[in-house]
Write a protein that binds this ligand. Structure first.
Ligand code: NIG
Ligand code: FE
Length: 436
């Protein structure tokens, strides 16, 4: 059991997971996000063990080696142990695209869609994202934080330990800042890691209808600077699509984000084709949805492998949205993966298109609807999710030195995680080396 650091004295609580039937370490010698064939490398250890010390992973290996290890033998009585016999352990999921700052489900939209209306028709008629902004604008920050925390806890229960959380239903300076503050408040009460994102440019709010430029100036000159000054966001996102924001507006917002030291990401090609190659010069951590991506843009994304591995754009697919909208078609994950684009999976948890907090359900959709293998889906939901948040130095794999964020699944084989649909086989979650 190779140690990453000398552990002479046990000063902090230590946790040892033993007899793990399948330990998916996701460790690899590959730099940067996984692409092509490397996406299926799970770094599987049978009868594995993980030692967590001081919130981090101290060592990883076989149970028999852990039990022989002199440091573990010496300290065994003071180490907490979890017997994972018959179970699978993997890195906690990294859900790299969620919208938890809302107050109510959109049930009218839901019924209208069941009756045949499309997402865009409903938005045009007064439903959609704009209708969620009424509740958020009225809500107190405390009430909003409670909703956000409810979402985070639902995610944790299904094995998610790191989550990206967007604002985007406030659509005014005050309500967007309130949303980011609510995300921060909820994050303080949640054991996992939260990466906040300003999505002021989700749609043009009613009061600015027909005046996209004016609203974009508010995003660039008021929201972005205030979010950056208050350290309320790490990324800025834009919904770049038909009925939302143009590519030019997206570039303006990306420019402002960069000026203020924030990273960028965007929703692209969900409803219609938009050119994404011009956005790549802003080094987006992730471009998400990609239902209508062109061959040229796939080639441009794949070509980014020549850039430094630390700065590559991940394509984040969110099949929960296609499923819930009843579209009957899904992003072409196979074409992206086989072209060499690094792909991540996320829930897109939100009240309009994807009301699910379950990464295992998203993995199921990835396998059944997008023909990703179970191994690819797991890597896309862990290590590539971490890359999509530029957090792969700390998250997404079980390797010495990384944060000890683990999910224990009560299944004998990792392929059962996407197999058992709409259930929850997550038996335990460890965050920073402590069971939640
Ligand atoms: O990712 N497309 C933009 N944003 C969300 C939908 C938000 C909503 O409808 O409330 C998405 O699908
Ligand atoms: Fe989204």
């Amino acid at each position: 059991m190779a140690k990453a650091m000398p552990l002479r004295r046990l000063t902090e609580p230590a946790l040892l997971l033993l007899n793990i039937r399948q330990l998916l370490t996701l460790s690899s010698t590959v730099q940067g996000p996984r692409r092509g064939r490397d996406l299926s490398q799970l770094g599987l250890i049978e009868s594995g063990a993980v030692l967590c010390v001081g919130g981090g992973i101290a060592s990883v290996g076989k149970t028999k080696d852990a039990l022989r290890d002199s440091w573990i033998r010496k300290n065994r009585r003071r180490i907490r142990e979890i017997d994972c016999a018959g179970k699978v352990v993997l890195p906690g999921f990294v859900d790299s695209h969620t919208h938890p700052a809302f107050t109510a489900p959109r049930l009218i939209d839901f019924e209208q869609r069941v009756a045949g209306a499309t997402y865009e028709q409903i938005a045009e008629a007064g439903g959609g994202i704009r209708s969620s902004s009424e509740g958020v604008r009225k809500a107190t920050r405390t009430a909003l934080a409670e909703h956000v925390l409810g979402g985070f806890n639902a995610m944790l229960a299904q094995g998610t330990t790191t989550v990206e959380a967007k604002s985007g239903y406030g659509l005014s300076l005050d309500a967007e800042l309130k949303s980011l503050e609510a995300i921060r408040d909820a994050a303080r009460q949640w054991p996992g890691t939260v990466v906040p994102t300003l999505l002021g440019a989700h749609v043009v709010p009613r009061e600015y209808r027909g005046r996209e430029g004016k609203y974009v100036r508010i995003v660039c000159h008021e929201m972005v600077p205030r979010a950056a000054e208050g350290k309320l966001a790490r990324f800025v996102d834009v919904f770049c699509d038909r009925g939302a924001f143009s590519s030019e507006s997206t570039e303006h917002i990306f420019f402002a984000a960069r000026e203020h030291g924030l990273g960028v990401r965007a929703h692209v090609c969900q409803l219609s084709h938009c050119e994404i190659a011009p956005l790549l010069k802003y080094d987006p951590a992730s471009l998400d949805h990609l239902d209508h991506v062109s061959d040229e843009d796939i080639a441009a994304l794949a070509a980014q492998s020549t850039i430094s591995p630390a700065y590559q754009t991940v394509a984040t697919l969110v099949p929960g949205a296609n499923h819930f909208l009843g579209l009957g078609r899904f992003p072409d994950a196979r074409r992206l993966i086989d072209s060499g684009v690094p792909v991540a999976l996320a829930t897109d948890y939100n009240p309009g298109t994807s009301p699910t907090a379950s990464m295992p359900f998203v993995l199921s959709l990835a396998c059944t609807q997008m023909k990703m293998t179970p191994a690819e889906a797991i890597a896309a939901a862990t290590i590539n999710g971490a890359h999509a948040l530029r957090l792969a130095e700390r998250k997404g794999s079980i390797e010495p030195g990384k944060d000890a964020d683990l999910a224990v699944f009560d299944v004998a084989d990792y392929r059962e995680i996407p197999y058992w649909i709409a259930g929850n086989c997550c038996a335990a979650v460890i965050v920073a080396g402590a069971q939640t």
